[in-house]
Design a protein around this ligand. Structure first.
Ligand code: ADP
Ligand code: MG
Length: 594
């Protein structure tokens, strides 16, 4: 007959930083089924280390350990966990009960961890009856005395009907009377056929066992069986254990999943604060994912809006170098465009659809007792369609108004808000740099491009701007709409050649520059990207922020679904993972997770 447990020359050395502690220095012992063994010895002699190896809570560094003839060294961690869950019950000095659960829940716990199907309430109650606590099933541990708590721990150790009970100083925290009660329970279990291996340093307690192993400095110095005691009769029947079948329990095995779910709900009920925080975490997760997507979408939509408002296939021709922005340039280096340039460009038929001169400056606008400064754009007739600036409220300029330097103005919504409030501005007279203008339209809202408010504008005919308001006789720039997007490069070089010829410039002169929308698009998208990065980092609070800042936010159904699914996945993962981990854990460690 194979021995139930067999250790051969087992060593265990602990590493603490640089130093080592040799807790076991060659222990050989055999324990048969049905024995009641007490392991005795002074503190630090290695009793607990030995018990942990016997209980598969720890493995030897050297030597062999066989259970029913199976070498533990060759078992995987899973197999060891399986054997442990099915063969061993543990009782220790600290009872390790979960404070917020009733004792019947506590006793059921090993079942839930093992993943066996069923609710095991009745089994738990039966075990509690066995230790004399059937009246207390709904109490929490704090309502019980130390002795009673240890009895609960024993019931918990018994609930899966283990072959062997491992007990480490089970009476260490109890007074004599309670200690005797506990030992009586152990004695009864032994008589039923359980194998009991118990660590104690008290002779009275050890006296309940039939075999006493004494340790000193990591070795066994004596091993005595009391005369007259034999291994319990009930247990003599040869028994074995299918080690390889026991460690394979997967998460999806029968009942295991529902076991985890049940446990999750129990944990939620037992732990309201932590659950609340988890839920809050998930909510923040959902909110941040939704808001990140929304802001990304919003930025994209805003950009597309902006592209539309700029017009398509657009070229912008300006005086000055393209490379230097706002920096001083050498004298005479800025090309000054006139209406002749506009006309000549507009007459590049197959390439150019339309061209419009613009002049820019700033205008001080007065209405009644209010005044406001805006950027002033003097524009040609085609600018309206090219730059999507034709008013939806009011009208665009007529060609005559542009030719005759008419004093008519179109104002942006910011200007309307600042000067008119809720009053209808159409037909009203405003002063621009002290000259009277009639408001004929409100420019379509464009929003911001970067820090600049594109609605804080005043648009007037280019001629009026040049000769009446700003006193300039040249244009600030020319907008050109190319006939088709495929002709952009060709048009650019044609216009460039034309300007160089007309202004008698040298080839490669940098006194003017032509930009097309793709460049501007690139510039814009890089700005958007930077913004997205910034927004991402504050994603969690962006919903609130966007509300206050009025940023473009676009929520789509798919983003909500995606975010919810993602967060749920995270939630399930972080809910199940610890439960799965706990099932693999050694029982005492699992309980310490609380
Ligand atoms: P006993 O249970 O007989 O008091 P232990 O087996 O707990 O003895 O400990 C034996 C020796 O190993 C002691 O010197 C102890 O300090 C050391 N020891 C026990 N467990 C660890 C550990 N996890 N890490 C480091 N040293 C340990
Ligand atoms: Mg100990």
């Amino acid at each position: 007959m194979k021995s139930m447990l067999e250790l051969v020359d087992v060593h265990r050395t602990y590493l603490i930083g640089e130093s080592t502690v040799q807790a076991l220095r060659g222990v050989s012992v055999t324990i048969e089924q049905g024995e009641f063994v007490a392991i005795m010895g002074a503190s630090g002699s290695g009793k607990s280390s030995l018990l942990q190896i016997l209980g598969l809570l720890d493995n030897p560094d050297k030597g062999e350990y066989r259970i029913f003839g199976n070498n533990v060294n060759t078992m995987t961690e899973d197999e060891q966990a399986g054997v442990r869950n099915n063969v061993a019950g543990f009782v220790c000095q600290q009872f390790h009960l979960l404070k917020r659960m009733s004792i019947v829940e506590n006793v059921r716990l090993p079942h839930i961890y093992s993943g066996v199907k069923g609710d095991f309430h009745q089994q738990a109650v039966d075990r509690l009856r066995q230790v004399g606590l059937e009246e207390r099933v709904d109490h929490t541990p704090s309502q019980l005395s130390g002795g009673e708590q240890q009895r609960v721990a024993i019931a918990r150790a018994l609930v899966r009907d283990p072959l062997i009970i491992f007990a480490d100083e089970p009476t260490g925290n109890l007074n004599t009377k309670n200690s005797i009660e506990i030992m009586k329970i152990f004695k009864g279990l032994h008589e039923e056929g359980k194998t009991i291996i118990m660590v104690t340093h008290e002779n009275d307690i050890a006296a309940f066992a039939q075999r006493i192993i004494t340790m000193r400095d990591g070795v066994i110095i004596s091993d005595e069986r009391k005369p007259g005691f034999e291994a319990s009769e009930v247990a003599e029947k040869e028994s074995s254990f299918d080690i390889h079948g026991s460690g394979k329990a997967s998460l999806w095995q029968d009942g295991r999943f529902t076991g985890f779910i049940t446990q999750a709900f129990q944990a939620i009920l037992a732990n309201k604060m932590r659950s609340f925080l988890s839920v809050l975490g998930i909510l923040v997760g959902v909110a941040s994912v939704i808001s990140m997507i929304a802001l990304g979408e919003g930025a994209k939509a805003a950009m597309q809006e902006q592209m539309k408002s700029m017009g398509s296939n657009l070229l912008s021709i300006r005086g000055g170098s393209a490379k230097i922005r706002g920096a001083a340039q050498r004298a005479g280096a800025v090309a000054r465009f006139t209406f002749i340039d506009v006309d000549e460009i507009a007459s590049l038929h197959t390439l150019v659809k339309s061209a419009a001169g613009v002049v820019t400056g700033s205008g001080r606008i007065v209405y009644g007792n209010k005044n406001w400064s805006s950027s002033l754009n003097g524009v040609g007739y085609d600018f309206g369609t090219m730059r999507a600036s034709i008013p939806k409220v009011g009208r665009w300029f007529t060609p005559e108004e542009i030719q005759t330097r008419a004093k008519v103005a179109i104002i942006g919504v910011t200007v309307v808000n600042e000067l008119f409030g809720t009053t209808n501005p159409l037909g009203k007279t405003i002063k621009v740099n002290r000259i009277n203008f009639t408001v004929i339209g409100i420019a379509p809202a464009k929003g911001f491009s970067g820090p600049q408010d594109d609605d804080d504008v005043l648009i007037i005919p280019v001629t009026t701007a040049m000769y009446r308001v700003l006193g300039k006789d040249y244009l600030s720039g020319i907008f050109v709409e190319v006939a088709s997007s495929t002709l952009i490069d060709q048009t650019k070089s044609k216009i460039s050649a034309l300007i160089i010829k007309r202004h008698r410039l040298k080839e490669g002169d940098d006194s003017f520059n032509i930009r097309d929308m793709t460049e501007i698009q690139k510039m814009l998208s890089s700005t958007t990207q930077t913004m997205s990065l910034l927004l991402g980092s504050i994603a969690a609070i962006s919903l609130v922020l966007s509300y206050f800042a009025g940023w473009a936010v676009k929520t789509s159904l798919i983003s909500v679904v995606l975010a919810t699914a993602f967060s749920a996945l995270i939630g399930i993962f972080f809910g199940l993972w610890p439960a799965k981990k706990a099932a693999e854990l050694k029982p005492l460690e699992a309980l310490r997770y609380e």
